[in-house]
Design a protein around this ligand. Structure first.
Ligand code: PLP
Length: 395
């Protein structure tokens, strides 16, 4: 007998992956340049040269050493390099002992949830959100509690989040810069969240942890991205090198249990992180890319290409007459669907070879997400299709 829930998850791909797979098939049928695939967040800029240089250097190591298992939590020197970088960047006295290397942000979040929730707990998530959160939360035997963000700023609605917190609340997940809307939470917004969580933790009589999902931390267009653990001590930072270093297929990231929390509590949470890593089989993240991450820990992200794509796309949408949220970070555009049913709108867009993800799986009706981390020519070539789609609705 297979597990019915797992069967369901495997048998019904996510809306994003389904559209991405459709795009691959369609490109094979009619040609790469005829399909305008805005479905998935696969970075289009190459990894920094230092990645290739580091790999070339690492290849000189004896293979037995290069490919050997690392300790479950990661190579000690790598964890130290990451802790040092956190300290340099934030001023927090970050300890290597609280860094756990993972297989990307996906593993960072499942491990964090495993560490700080128990079956029956609730996890608060602002909508719209990265769809896999729901899958991961429910896999822990917990329930997701969705709280809409403020519209149109898409900052956190702290009052509504506070109202949703109860005795079963174990954690809150936030993601800034945000996928799918591109919002970057302001310091004031995060400080209000922290104050609310302090009050609510005291009220419910147990700590409410904050999972700060930060794979887009370096991808901004001038906005300041405040350091979350400096604002709320009971934070687990979930990071990944998928986006900033353009290494999504290499599967490397980390969980950092903040040293701004009480030292004994941080140790206890870290052991639970290590335990969750063990329980899920997420031990010894890919060793080659652990070393690459350590060498490139302070490599700047080249956001120029995304900034140009953002400008070309938003200027065109302004001209054609689409409504969208101006993104301050990440590489997604949140566009109002031209009819209330976002799935129907996405289906009509498909007829123009435009692949845009309906918002329903992000926990929010009536919008679509366009990933603009794609080739500039694809964006330029897609503009007539975007115009034709709008004209179809205006007719
Ligand atoms: N969290 C968010 C908000 C994301 O957008 C993604 C990937 O797109 C992930 C987590 C998963 O990242 P990774 O590929 O590093 O597992």
């Amino acid at each position: 007998m297979v597990n019915e829930r797992m069967y369901g998850l495997g048998n019904e791909p996510s809306a994003i992956r389904e559209l991405f797979a459709y795009g691959l098939q369609r490109k094979a049928e009619i040609g790469e340049d005829k399909v305008f695939d805005y479905s998935i967040g696969n970075p289009s800029i190459p990894a920094p040269q230092k990645v290739a240089d580091t790999i070339a250097e690492l290849m000189k190591l004896p293979p037995v050493e290069l490919h050997a298992y690392s300790p479950a939590a990661g190579i000690p020197a790598v964890r130290q390099a990451i802790a040092d970088s956190i300290a340099r960047r934030t001023g927090i006295d970050a300890k290597a002992a609280h860094v756990y290397m993972t297989v990307g942000a996906a593993a960072s979040i499942t491990i964090s949830l495993g560490a700080i929730t128990n079956p029956g707990d609730e996890v608060i998530v602002p909508t719209p959100y990265f769809p896999e959160y729901k899958v991961w939360i429910e896999t822990m035997g917990c329930s997701i509690v969705e709280v809409p963000a403020q519209v149109p700023s898409f900052q956190l609605d702290v009052e509504a989040m506070g109202a949703a917190i109860g005795e079963k609340t174990a954690a809150v997940i936030i993601n800034s810069p945000n996928n799918p809307v591109g919002a970057v939470y302001t310091r004031e917004n995060l400080e209000a969240l922290a104050a609310m969580l302090e009050t609510k933790s005291a009220e419910v009589g147990h700590p409410i942890y904050l999972i700060s999902d930060e794979p887009y931390r370096e991808i901004t267009y001038g906005a300041d991205v405040p350091c979350v653990p400096a604002i709320y001590p009971r934070t687990l930072v979930c990071y990944s090198y998928s986006k900033a270093l353009s290494l999504p297929g290499e599967r490397v990231g980390y969980v950092y249990v903040s040293d701004t929390m009480d030292a004994d509590e941080a140790d206890r949470v870290f052991f639970a992180v290590a335990g969750a890593g063990r329980a899920h089989g997420f031990v010894c993240a890919p060793v080659l890319f652990q070393r690459v991450a350590a060498a490139c820990v302070d490599e700047p992200s080249d956001v120029e290409a995304y900034a140009a794509n953002r400008r070309i796309l938003t200027e065109a949408l302004d001209e054609i007459g689409y409504e969208y949220v101006q993104p301050d970070g990440a590489f997604y555009l949140w566009v109002r669907a031209l009819e209330p049913d976002a799935q129907a709108f996405s289906d009509r867009a498909k007829a123009h070879e435009l692949l845009i993800v309906p918002s329903d799986s992000f926990g929010c009706p009536g919008w679509v997400r366009m990933s603009y981390c794609i080739a500039r020519e694809t964006i330029e070539n897609s503009l007539p299709a975007l115009k034709a789609l709008k004209a179809e609705y205006d007719a």
